[in-house]
Write a protein that binds this ligand. Structure first.
Ligand code: GTP
Length: 597
């Protein structure tokens, strides 16, 4: 296609503001899909995405649009993931297009997540077209929201398109705006091939499918191409576009977006953001800014039923094939047996993978407390990355520790601001900025990631009755006074409960932890000391008193069947327990004990 008749764009929106519905409408109104084939939300392919209402993998669709000026345009929509954990994928796919629709729910207004994504679009030099959605609802406040877009984001919203993705109002205007306001891509057909690897995923029939954006040159079936980050060479087996179902094409030229398959075995071999060129006479320099996504949050995944370890291995291997940013290695825990230490891009990523293992593979899991990656500087000058508090080296060998910090942006209605500031302060936050846009405040905090990974988001939602929105970016590492706190139950260390804490908070956290455990662990026939310790020093202690009588003692010997029933119940309960030395600890204890109130 001629470059001047191509428009490439993405849609930036907060979850639930109507991105998928709008995309569906654009597809439907251009007859890209016959009505009878139109499933609601074509673009969200995985069930789990549909259920959670979030879009995880970037998807794409090519639309032919006959514009009012009588010319036909090719519109390529790349669907970007909407969540902070996938910020890196968002930033890559943004670089593959020239413009964005900024969709804001006109009954809600701008959210923190929208802000983060729109800044990525601005960084990628996008032309941005604001769209006010859901104007069919009586609660729509278009003028107020347009003003807020200008105040908070700083882009002109006077021409914002008023849309109801539900009823179809404004869809035609949106298509015209894409054609008239967004720039056409640039590129040189005669230059050596230069294409960006925008995304990739595993398909059980075709193997790895790679989504590409051609910058210069042409790609054809049978061409031999090179992935510049690792130098691997592949022959192109299949080349095509998504409408949104796959359709083969003869070639892809500059400005075009499409897919290739090339007998690539696993998604791990394809790095998002990589540059693809020809094997011979390739381009000189790769596209700028490539860096592979790094996992930042780690936790242990263990099967509840230890006989399911092999099934878990299988499930994890399969999921990893399709997700280059998910890392895993085998781990053994004295407490939990065999399992895996897994790395994720963030908490949502963790939840999605855990849910998929439990649901798609039917394996019940124990998830240990999420931990961030610490940098441990040894006295001999070496730096060790610490992914698991249980592996903390001997303190006498350690010089100092550094922890990752983030810049968090929170948007919240005025009345909850006080609670939000307190929460951030409690989590060792440093306030960077506080501004107002109408009746909403925008606070920016520098926070340790460690204080955010566990339950910060839940707490934020609960203190603001769900009204706050939150987004973050990693900023770097900083030294702090961090120590490993271990927990001992009946004098045995329980590795799955050990955690890294700030020295000043250790006593408080230790006390809270042992108090919680005292409630979570059932009483036994003997006294059980529960202790929190740093190195050899106990910082908090509780004692669980001994159970005085057998439960069955109440039955006065008479009713044997009742006695048996009670014993059966105990047995069933036991299955949900983990044995530590002589003590049974229920599964819930592992997660509950770490929650802070
Ligand atoms: P994610 O896929 O989770 O990122 O959400 P999304 O932004 O794609 O939102 P989605 O399209 O799933 O829409 C969220 C909800 O808003 C759905 O229940 C839609 O039916 C509804 N919705 C979307 N657009 C409109 C609209 O114009 N008017 C009304 N009344 N409802 C809408």
């Amino acid at each position: 296609t001629d470059l001047s008749h191509i428009r490439n764009f993405s849609i930036v929106a907060h979850i639930d503001h109507g991105k998928s519905t709008l995309a569906d409408r654009l597809i439907q109104s251009t007859n890209t899909v016959a009505d009878r084939d139109m499933k609601a939300q074509m673009l969200d392919s995985m069930d789990i995405e549909r259920e959670r209402g979030i879009t995880i993998k970037a998807n794409t669709v090519r639309i032919d649009y006959l514009a009012d000026n009588g010319e036909t345009y090719v519109l390529n929509l790349i669907d970007t993931p909407g969540h902070v954990d996938f910020a890196y994928e968002v930033s890559r796919s943004m670089r593959a297009v020239e413009g964005s629709l900024l969709v804001v729910d006109s009954t809600q207004g701008v959210e923190a997540q929208t802000l983060a994504n729109v800044y990525q679009a601005i960084d990628a030099d996008h032309e941005i077209v604001p769209v006010l959605n859901k104007i069919d609802l009586p609660a729509a406040e278009c003028d107020r929201v347009a003003e807020q877009i200008e105040d908070v984001i700083g882009i002109d919203a006077s021409g914002a398109i008023r849309v109801s993705a539900k009823t179809g109002i404004g869809i035609h205007e949106t298509l015209e705006a894409i054609v008239n306001l967004l720039p056409a891509p640039k590129g040189d057909r005669d230059a050596p091939l230069k294409a960006m690897l925008v995304d990739s995923w595993y398909d059980s029939y075709l193997g790895v499918i790679v989504l590409v954006r051609i910058v210069d040159g042409v790609m054809k079936k049978g061409d031999r191409v090179k992935f510049m980050s690792n130098g691997t060479i592949h022959g192109i087996d299949k080349i095509g576009v998504f409408r949104p179902q796959m359709q083969d094409v003869a070639e892809l030229g500059p400005g075009e977006i499409g897919f290739i398959t090339a007998s690539i075995k696993q998604v791990r071999d394809t790095r998002v953001g990589d540059t693809i060129t020809s094997e011979r006479k390739g381009c000189d320099a790769p596209l700028p800014g490539f860096k592979p996504a790094q996992p930042v949050v780690f936790c242990g995944l263990f099967p509840v039923d230890s006989s399911e370890f092999e099934d878990l291995r299988d499930a994890i291997d399969k999921l990893a094939l399709n997700d280059a940013s998910f890392s895993h290695e085998m781990e053994t825990s004295a407490a939990l047996g065999f399992g895996f230490r897994c790395g994720f891009l963030g908490l949502l990523h963790l939840e999605v993978i855990r849910d998929r293992i439990e649901r798609e593979y039917n394996i019940e899991l124990i998830t240990t407390a999420p931990s961030v990656v610490y940098h441990v500087y040894m006295r001999d000058g070496e730096m060790v990355e610490l992914h698991n508090p249980a592996d903390m080296p001997d303190l006498t060998l350690v010089d100092h520790l550094e922890e990752p910090r983030i810049k968090a942006t929170i948007l919240v209605p005025d009345e909850y601001l006080g609670d939000v500031l307190k929460l951030c302060q409690d989590r060792r936050g440093v306030q960077l900025d506080l501004t107002y846009a109408g009746s909403r405040a925008m606070v920016v905090y520098d926070l340790p990631l460690n204080e955010v990974v566990f339950d910060f988001y839940d707490r934020l939602k609960s203190v603001t009755k769900g009204y706050a929105s939150f987004d973050y970016q990693m900023t770097g590492y900083q030294q702090d006074n961090l120590v490993k706190m271990s927990v001992l139950v009946n004098d045995e260390p329980v590795d799955a409960l050990s955690m890294m804490v700030h020295r000043d908070r250790a006593e408080q956290r230790g006390r809270a932890m042992v108090e919680k455990l005292k409630d979570l662990i059932p009483r036994h026939m003997f006294k059980i000391p529960i202790q929190a310790a740093i190195g050899g020093k106990v910082i908090a202690r509780e004692t669980l008193s001994a159970l005085r009588k057998d439960v069955t003692a109440k039955c006065y010997g008479g009713d044997a069947s009742r006695k048996r029933k009670l014993l059966d119940k105990q047995k069933a309960g036991k299955k949900k327990m983990r044995q530590f030395g002589k003590v049974d600890i229920p599964q819930e204890a592992f997660i509950s004990a770490l929650k802070m109130d």
